[in-house]
Write a protein that binds this ligand. Structure first.
Ligand code: KMT
Ligand code: NI
Length: 172
């Protein structure tokens, strides 16, 4: 895992876009973003039990797996959105970028590789992209029935109760 301020330069979303300014794990925690590194899949079972994640599946995002719809999928994952539930991703192979909004509404880019686990809180604006290798396999964990519906950023979603609760929890 490596977290840094996104450079906001033009160019392919799958490039690193590293401004050279690092972001600490402590700052991610302040945003409600949690990071773990689990080399042993037994650790994921414990976390799942502790946090009541009852269900899981595995998704591979790659042209081989997704075929013709791959490029469209990559575009859609990259629309800024939030969810009404946590987004939990445990990377099993490959790599990719999760971008999350800072307190000041800037992008922070989180680069994840195998054995990295990231938890995004409900209500945080974020987006995802594969990197230039175009391959990631991730375990997705969820509490009950998955609510994957991405709610794209806009005036209505800005006042979504889960968005409001997120901001309140962060002291805004
Ligand atoms: C998401 O919600 O953006 C995704 O699930 C992306 C694929 S998980 C690596
Ligand atoms: Ni999402």
């Amino acid at each position: 895992m490596k977290a840094y301020w996104f450079d906001n330069e033009a160019g392919d979303q799958r490039e690193f876009h590293d401004s050279g300014r690092e972001v600490s794990e402590e700052y991610l925690n302040k945003l409600g973003v949690l990071y773990y590194r689990f080399a042993d899949e037994k650790d994921i079972d414990k976390l799942a039990t502790d946090r009541s994640y009852k269900n899981r599946d595995v998704i591979t995002v790659s042209p081989e797996k997704m075929g013709d719809v791959y490029e469209d999928k990559v575009k859609s994952f990259f629309y800024e959105h939030l969810h009404e539930d946590e987004e939990i991703r445990y990377i099993r192979d490959g790599s990719g970028f999760f971008d999350v909004r800072s307190e000041g509404d800037e992008w922070i880019r989180v680069y994840l590789e195998k054995d990295d686990l990231l938890i995004l809180p409900a209500g945080i604006y974020h987006r995802f992209t594969t990197d230039s290798k175009n391959y990631i396999t991730a375990m997705r964990l969820f509490k009950e029935d998955p609510k994957w519906t991405p709610l794209n950023r806009g005036p209505e979603v800005d006042v979504n109760p889960f968005r409001k609760e997120y901001l309140q929890n962060r002291g805004n």
